[in-house]
Structures are given as C-alpha cells and as structure tokens.
Design a protein around this ligand. Structure first.
Ligand SMILES: Nc1ncnc2c1ncn2[C@@H]1O[C@H](COP(=O)(O)OP(=O)(O)OP(=O)(O)O)[C@@H](O)[C@H]1O
Length: 230
C-alpha cells in the first residue's frame, strides 16, 4: 500500500543563534515526507540535527527557511496562536529526560496538557487513569514522579503525551538509558499505538529501535542533511 503524506517538509533549514558568532546551521535544506499511520525514525550521530528537525516537525520551532505542511496545509507562516493550537491538537511529545514536573504525582503530570481545553475534571481523571492502565502503571498514579523508576517515568511521559489523544506522537531518543527489557517494552507500546492508527516519529541512534520490525521508514541524517532514507 502506498503511503499517504501527513507532514511535508520542503527545503527546510534551521539555524540556531542566527547572525551571532555562535551561529550553528543544524538542519540544511531538508525535503521530507512523513507518512500517516506509520513509524518513522530519524537516525544519525549526535549533533546530526535529529532533535532540531523533530522540533520543526512538531511545530515547537519555526524553520529559518523552507516550508512545513501538515495535512496539505502550509503552517510555516501561521501566527503563533494558531500554531499553538495546532501543536496542542496534533502532537504529543515525549522529551529526552521526560520533563516531568517534580513534586507532582504521575496522575497530575498526565492531566496537565489537557488543562488549556478545560475538560470536566472527572472525565479528565478517568482518561488519565485509563492511559495509566493501558501502560500498566495504575498502581503508580499517586506516586510523586521523582519516586518512579526510569521505565515508569517514561511510561508516565508517554501517557502525558497521549492525554489529548493526538494523532501524532513524537519521541526524542525514547530508549536512551533504557535496558533491553525496557526497550522492548517501549517498542511494544509503540506497536500498540501504531495499531491504534497513530503516526509515530522518533529520533534514535539505537539499532534496537531503527531495526525494529514495526518501523516503516528510517531517515539517516548527517551534518544536518538527509544522507539516506528507506
Ligand atoms: N538551542 C540550540 N542553540 C544552539 N545550537 C544548538 C541548539 N540546539 C542544537 N544546537 C546545535 O545544532 C546541531 C544539531 O543538534 P541536534 O541536537 O539537533 O542534534 P542531534 O542529532 O539531536 O544530537 P543528539 O543526538 O546529541 O541530541 C549541533 O551542532 C548542536 O550543537
């Protein structure tokens, strides 16, 4: 079956600290289509531009030049408030290090991204508990996140990314610091989400990830450019 394009990048470049002595051209003229309902891995050495490209794809950063289209709609020039809404409705993010808020429980962390939409509290709590249950973490709902193990923290971060039921899940180096069993567990979760119809975009230099059977496309970056795609 041929892929349908969900996100399309045309000649996208991203320069950090533009015009300053510490300017870095992190992403250079990338043309890339991300397929709907598939798992795409961006791989490459440290510093090759994976995280930068992921932030542009996820509308967390604007490209310095080039265009990004989501579902055929050019979003590159949109005002910030529209972009924020698109970001909230479209993407769930699992960051490197997870960015969970310490001092708050797993459940409270998961509910946080839904607050701008102001859903009924009981409904939201149920949704967060259902996600914890899907990820086999119900027993940790009330645990402060700093007490969680690495794998539990990751699953909490995944649940938080899914709370608004986004069609696209983005995860930056999801298996960094995970042992083999936890890596397998992450891949199992990714497979379940793919089966539910989600589009997954991951960065990884971990062969356990980019060689996994459920990965559909691997894009190799080198020095900010696409070196290879399959
Ligand atoms: N916020 C920033 N300000 C300045 N330079 C940055 C910034 N973020 C990334 N860079 C630089 O841009 C280049 C690409 O970095 P990026 O983090 O995108 O690569 P990466 O492939 O994700 O690396 P890693 O695997 O180490 O996370 C690097 O030279 C990096 O030092």
């Amino acid at each position: 079956m041929t892929d349908t394009v969900l996100i399309s990048l045309k000649k996208v470049s991203k320069i950090h600290n533009e015009g300053r002595p510490n300017e870095v051209q992190a992403v250079v003229g990338i043309d890339l289509d991300i397929a709907r309902g598939k798992v795409t891995v961006l791989r490459g050495a440290s510093g090759s531009g994976k995280t930068t490209l992921l932030t542009v794809i996820g509308c967390l950063a604007r490209p310095s030049s080039g265009r990004v289209a989501l579902d055929g709609r050019d979003i590159s020039g949109m005002p910030e408030r529209f972009l924020t809404r698109i970001r909230q409705e479209t993407f769930g993010f699992v960051f490197q290090g997870f960015n969970l808020l310490r001092g708050m429980s797993a459940l409270d962390n998961i509910m946080l991204p839904a607050y701008p939409q102001a859903p009924p509290h009981r409904w939201l709590r149920r949704r967060a508990l259902d996600l914890l249950s899907m990820l086999r973490l119900e027993h940790r709902a009330d645990t402060p996140v700093e007490m969680l193990s690495g794998g539990e923290a990751q699953r909490t971060a995944i649940a938080r990314a899914l709370v608004n039921d986004p069609p696209i899940l983005i995860a930056d180096e999801p298996t960094a610091n995970l042992d083999t069993a936890l890596t397998r567990e992450f891949l199992g979760i990714a497979e379940t989400l793919k089966a539910q119809g989600k589009t997954l975009i991951l960065t990884s230099h971990d062969p356990r990830v980019f060689e996994a059977g459920m990965v559909d496309h691997v894009v190799t970056l080198r020095d900010g450019r696409v070196e290879e795609r399959r």
